[in-house]
Ligand binder design. Structure first.
Ligand code: ATP
Ligand code: MG
Length: 429
């Protein structure tokens, strides 16, 4: 016997029992983004490797260790996208969408790929919904992004389970000055650092702030802080953002150690975190990347965005018991037909119903079967009505309509009246 094939570790099937939650989450967010005036963009999953190497930055975990990179048949190096921002910026530039200072408010959703150690809330194929805004330099739009995510939490009922962490990374000059100060401070304590942080001291010292090592974290308690190095303009920007969050009643905690894993951020960075999912607690993360477009060869163009992890949000909905029970699409009616002539009549009748009532959810029995077995399937389907078509009904051009979820006798309804009979009883049809 041949070996059973299995999915790649960390790449999950999303089974029929789970897709309703996914659609609920994605649908809620898509509607919300519509209401704020954001447009969807759809981007390829494969890009040239150089895009990510240049965009995300060598020396980041994503580029150094996590990318799925391969040569295609033409010997070109391609990479499965590990995130959406780089591809989005590439598309915006390629199609001139940000030319002449045009404002773009965009969103996308889809799978991302990172070679990580799979565990709860961390997978090798995972899904993000991301938002990117171009040509809006002010803190007002940073605030809008945060305000709209806060509204999403409210819509999903999880506002109490997430909290906002905020920081400013300042200008690249401010960051460079801070980097020097931090390196000086840590260099003097080199032997006390964990191995990863020792390596990062030369490759990407700001990432040390993010270290999960307890001893390193203890060392960092007295390290210089980024906020002391902020340039004047970045400070004004940060104050502007804080004033707006205060006005909107959004609580936040300033976390001077919040640096984000990708190199392109400057000024505003933020994360929404929860303590309900263990170590994988960040459900949404983003920030400003005013330098990224010019890094890709475009004119300097302000950019800001975020991405949220759909798997983590689904886990959070489930953990908090916030999945509405009515998500699975049960049928309104289940149609049972007995004998070939009745089956043919049922098919035409059902298709006629779909013409008249496009919202009606109708399951037509397939595979024939006895009265008992068809009726059992009708009941199990969760339908409100079983429609019954046998020889007698065929002769008198009626259907038997039997309520399944409430008391009530079976009624005979003329074929011609069936659509209006159902429309009267089923609100959403
Ligand atoms: P982490 O610190 O958890 O590795 P990150 O900083 O690498 O996150 P981002 O690149 O900012 O993550 O991605 C935005 C969001 O996407 C994260 O906050 C998280 O919710 C989700 N995410 C990132 N990597 C994964 C993954 N491997 N599996 C599931 N979700 C992920
Ligand atoms: Mg990561």
């Amino acid at each position: 016997m041949s070996k059973t094939l299995q999915a790649i570790r960390g790449m999950n099937d999303i089974l029929p029992g789970q897709t309703p939650v996914w659609r609920y989450l994605e649908g809620t967010f898509a509607k919300l983004l519509d209401s704020y005036g954001y447009s969807e963009i759809r981007l390829p999953i494969l890009e040239f490797t150089e895009l990510f190497a240049r965009g995300i930055g060598e020396g980041t975990d994503v580029v150094d260790k996590e990318m799925y990179t391969f040569l295609d048949r033409n010997e070109e190096s391609l990479t499965l996208r590990p995130e959406g921002t780089a591809g989005c910026v590439r598309a915006v530039l390629e199609h001139g969408l940000s030319g002449g200072g045009q404002v773009q408010k965009l969103w996308y959703a889809g799978p991302m790929f990172r070679y990580e150690k799979p565990q709860k809330g961390r997978y090798r194929q995972f899904h993000q919904i991301g938002v990117e805004v171009f040509n809006q330099p002010g803190p007002d739009i940073d605030a809008e992004l945060i305000v709209l995510t806060a509204r999403l939490w409210k819509l999903l009922g999880m506002a109490d389970a997430v909290s906002l962490q905020l920081n400013s990374l300042g200008s690249s000059e401010a960051r460079a000055a801070y980097r020097n100060a931090l390196v000086d401070y840590l260099q003097a304590r080199f032997d006390l650092l964990d191995e990863d942080s020792q390596r990062r001291l030369t490759t990407n010292p700001l990432r040390i702030l993010d270290s999960k090592n307890a001893q390193t974290q203890a060392l960092l308690a007295d390290a210089p802080t980024l906020l002391d190095y902020l340039d004047e303009e970045s400070r004004r920007h940060f104050d502007g953002l804080r004033a707006r969050l205060d006005a909107a009643g959004i609580a936040y905690q300033i976390n001077p150690k919040l640096v984000r894993g990708l190199d392109y951020y400057g000024r505003t960075v933020f994360e929404w975190v929860t303590d309900k999912l263990g170590a994988q607690g960040t459900v949404c993360a983003g920030g400003r990347y005013d330098g990224l477009v010019s890094q890709f060869g475009g004119k300097p163009t302000p950019g800001v965005g975020f991405a949220m992890g759909v798997e983590r949000l689904v886990l959070l909905l489930e953990t908090l018991g916030l999945v509405p029970d009515s998500l699975a699409a049960t049928p309104h009616v289940y149609v049972c037909a007995f004998g070939e002539a009745a089956e043919l009549a049922a098919l035409t009748l059902v298709e006629g119903l779909r013409d008249r009532l496009p919202q009606l959810r109708v399951w037509l029995n397939a595979g024939a079967g006895s009265f008992k077995s068809q009726f059992k399937k009708a009941d199990k389907s969760g339908a409100r009505y079983a429609l019954i078509l046998g020889d007698d009904e065929l002769t008198s051009r009626v259907v038997g309509c039997k309520p399944l979820r409430e008391d009530g006798e079976q009624q005979s309804v003329c074929w011609d009246d069936l659509a209006s009979w159902l429309a009267e009883r089923i609100e959403s049809a």
